[in-house]
Design a protein around this ligand. Structure first.
Ligand code: FE
Length: 165
C-alpha cells in the first residue's frame, strides 16, 4: 500500500514547489549585504516582483532608511529590532506588517544576533539623511547579489536558480 494519496498530475504550466532548510548549516548560503548584515534567500518571485528572505544582523546600529511601495510581512525568529519612527520593538515571535508608503529606519540596539524572516513585495527604496531617494533593492538586485556571492564562494552563480520562480 502506498503512503501517498492518489492525486492528479500538476497542471502543465505550474511552477515547482520549494522546500529548504531555512537556517542552513552551510554558512555560504548567507549573502553579505553590509558589514555584519546578511540575508539568506528563500524565494524569489520574478513574476510578482517579491521575495522572501531571512535577514541576519550581528551588530547594533542603524541599518537603513527605506520606503516601501508595496507591503512587507515580517516574522522575528531571534533577537530584537525597531524602527526609529515607531515606539514598538519587534522581538522573537512577533509578526510585523509594514504598509505601502511607510518610510522607516531599521535599527538594532544589541550586538546579539537578530534573525527575521521578511516577505518583501515590490522594493526597498533607500533614503538618505535628507530624505531623498538614493537607491533601491528589488527581486532582481537581490538575485544579482546572490549570483555574485554564490560564484565567489564556489557554489556557482546558478546556485540561486533553485530559489527563483
Ligand atoms: Fe521596512
Amino acid at each position: 500500500m502506498s503512503a501517498m494519496p492518489e492525486s492528479l498530475p500538476p497542471p502543465p504550466y505550474a511552477v515547482s514547489d520549494l522546500v529548504t532548510t531555512a537556517i542552513p548549516d552551510d554558512e555560504r548560503l548567507w549573502v553579505p549585504q553590509a558589514p555584519n548584515i546578511w540575508f539568506r534567500p528563500l524565494f524569489f518571485n520574478t513574476v510578482q516582483g517579491e521575495w522572501v528572505n531571512l535577514l541576519r544582523v550581528r551588530r547594533s546600529g542603524v541599518l537603513s532608511r527605506h520606503r516601501h511601495p508595496a507591503p512587507v510581512h515580517g516574522y522575528v525568529i531571534k533577537g530584537t529590532w525597531r524602527y526609529l519612527e515607531h515606539n514598538w520593538i519587534a522581538k522573537a515571535g512577533d509578526y510585523v506588517f509594514e504598509p505601502p508608503g511607510e518610510v522607516h529606519t531599521l535599527t538594532v540596539d544589541s550586538d546579539d544576533e537578530m534573525i527575521t524572516l521578511f516577505h518583501v513585495c515590490g522594493a526597498l527604496i533607500y533614503f538618505d539623511d535628507q530624505h531623498k531617494a538614493c537607491g533601491y533593492d528589488d527581486v532582481h538586485t537581490k538575485i544579482e547579489m546572490c549570483r555574485r556571492h554564490f560564484e565567489s564562494v564556489g557554489l556557482g552563480a546558478d546556485y540561486v536558480r533553485q530559489f527563483v520562480r
